[in-house]
Design a protein around this ligand. Structure first.
Ligand code: ADE
Length: 226
């Protein structure tokens, strides 16, 4: 899958190039480009924002540089185009899976300042996605969260063991507690059952822990069981 991000701050995306997503990019499982919207400004000073018509605080991103960036990156309109916005559909595990299964390449538009001129959204955008009910200073972090969450579902990005564990989130349960060596740390012992080598009992214990944690911390997730 190819993901392009249209942003005023392409350098923010450098941090995607480490860890699991970095390996996915290096290994060719994910192609990623951050496109600088400013490069498409026709203004002498590469200005991309202006005062809002009707007055009010802050600046609004101008339509032309964004429109031209879309034209350059996706001239035949073959990509799924998403605007990162608190007004959008909430990103969940299911939405991340859906995006990973998308057969078009994806373009994520990141807004900044007080927003983006509505006309370029009406012209260019297929869907808006929000990562939660709070307002970020820009869409970049939201785009990174979305890329990270969907990449985990791309074939070959995670090892098979990890992919299987993801199935447990799909069944609306929180993760069970994990432990590694040493078996005793600051006087605290790892639960005996995890040292027992009895695979079926370990599985059972983990399922029970997941149920208990979900019941205590996120009972709303269990409502889908009914
Ligand atoms: N841009 C600003 N806030 C956002 C949010 N919560 N989700 C997605 N994009 C955003």
């Amino acid at each position: 899958m190819k993901i392009e991000v249209l942003t005023l701050f392409p350098e923010m995306f450098e941090c995607l190039k480490s860890s699991v997503i970095g390996r996915a990019i290096d290994g060719g499982k994910l192609e990623f480009h951050a496109v600088d919207i400013r490069a498409y400004s026709k203004d002498r000073h590469q200005k991309c924002d202006d005062y809002p018509f009707g007055g009010g605080a802050g600046m609004v991103m101008m339509p032309q540089p964004i429109y031209d960036a879309f034209q350059a990156v996706d001239p035949e309109r073959k990509c799924k185009r998403i605007y990162m916005s608190p007004k959008g559909r909430r990103l969940t595990d299911a939405v991340a899976r859906e995006l990973a299964a998308e057969n078009r390449d994806i373009i994520l538009l990141c807004g900044h300042y007080e927003g983006v001129d509505q006309r370029v959204l009406d012209l260019c955008i297929d869907e808006e996605i929000s990562i939660g009910d709070y307002v970020l200073t820009g869409g970049e972090l939201a785009a990174m969260v979305t890329i990270d969450a969907l990449s985990r579902f791309l074939p070959g990005v995670l090892g098979s063991e990890q992919s299987n564990r993801d199935e447990s989130f799909a069944s609306n349960r929180l993760e069970y507690p994990q432990y590694t060596r040493p078996s005793e740390f600051m006087g605290m012992k790892v639960p005996d059952i995890l040292l027992s080598g009895h695979h079926a009992n370990v599985e059972k214990w983990r399922r029970e822990q997941s149920d208990k944690l979900t019941f205590e911390l996120r009972p709303d997730l269990m409502e889908d069981d009914k």
